[in-house]
Design a binder for this molecule. Structure first.
Ligand code: SF4
Length: 289
């Protein structure tokens, strides 16, 4: 079946052989994103990425596409943008889509950095859903440089607490881990996540493409100089650069062990180490009731 022109499509992470995600649909209410994360790889395949705009005829197309997919389908929102990008506060398009999902008994996995998600708790309670919030550091100043227009790490942690207190299952994406920048306070961050009600962690190392590497090198020249030497010993997989396999394994194993100590489940994203996973799904969709 062709999904050309559809807004809800089968999730296809560039046919990555390292992806361990369960079958699911992918949906982005917006094209591009306003959060401006320097490490974001979506800018390498979406034109004019930082000029965020709503999808054309979004609601009409969502209604059409929902008729084509089975009731109870799993939708992941969003993989190449953020459904709670700042303009969502004004446009309320993600909210309108949630109302459609409620009527279609969709299972929904939300991936976001946006605390606007709290506005929609009433609808999330009516859906079978889970929210995974990406938090890369506890350091507000570092986050401001890395993710200039995203809510602060504390705001995101507070949002997780509120969601969890509202009986909405929550996970956290520690994604990406960038050696020399945010790999030093991982245990502290995971403890905060645990206190906020997080049950599952998805971790991933920085896998730059040309444009994300350039943005990072402009902002963090010294650190990227050191990191660049490590990448030279790594490998190229698809269109991304990967750190050396042993280095990545050590990093992921360390996070997995911290998670185990804290009673959190763990998985990594497109790293090639499924043996470290301790949950039924890597992406956190098992959290959905
Ligand atoms: S929030 Fe996600 S999609 Fe948006 S810029 Fe950051 S990494 Fe990219």
């Amino acid at each position: 079946m062709s999904f050309k022109g559809y807004v809800i499509r089968p999730f296809d992470p560039w046919r990555s052989r390292l992806c361990t995600c369960p079958p699911k649909y992918s949906f982005d209410p917006y094209t591009g994103c306003e959060h401006g994360c320097l490490y974001c790889y979506a800018s390498s395949y979406i034109k004019d990425f930082y000029n965020c705009r709503p999808k054309k005829d979004l609601l009409k197309n969502v209604r059409r596409d929902l008729k084509r997919i089975p009731i109870d389908s799993l939708i992941s929102m969003s993989n190449s943008s953020d459904p709670y990008t700042p303009m969502e506060a004004r446009l309320r398009l993600t909210r309108a889509c949630l109302k459609e999902f409620v009527n279609h008994r969709i299972r929904l996995l939300i991936i976001t950095k946006g605390v606007i998600v709290l506005r929609d708790i009433d609808l999330l309670k009516r859906l079978r859903c889970a929210v995974t919030m990406t938090i890369t550091t506890l350091d507000k100043a570092l986050s401001k440089r890395l993710e200039p227009h995203a809510p602060t790490p504390n705001m995101r942690l507070n949002a997780l607490s509120t969601l969890s207190a509202s009986d909405i299952p929550v996970g956290m994406r520690l994604d990406p881990i960038i050696p020399f920048l945010n790999d030093d306070r991982i245990e502290e961050l995971l403890k905060e996540a645990k206190n906020a009600g997080v049950r599952h962690i998805v971790a991933s190392t920085f896998k730059p493409r040309y444009d994300s590497w350039r943005r990072m090198a402009d902002e963090f020249p010294e650190e990227m100089d050191k990191l660049g030497r490590l990448f030279k010993m790594g490998e190229r997989i698809g269109r991304s650069w990967y750190l050396p396999r042993e280095f990545r394994f050590k990093l992921m194993k360390n996070v997995a062990e911290i998670c185990k100590r804290l009673g959190l489940t763990f998985a990594c994203c497109r790293e090639g180490f499924p043996q470290l996973h301790t949950a039924k799904t890597c992406d956190g969709s098992h959290l959905i009731g």
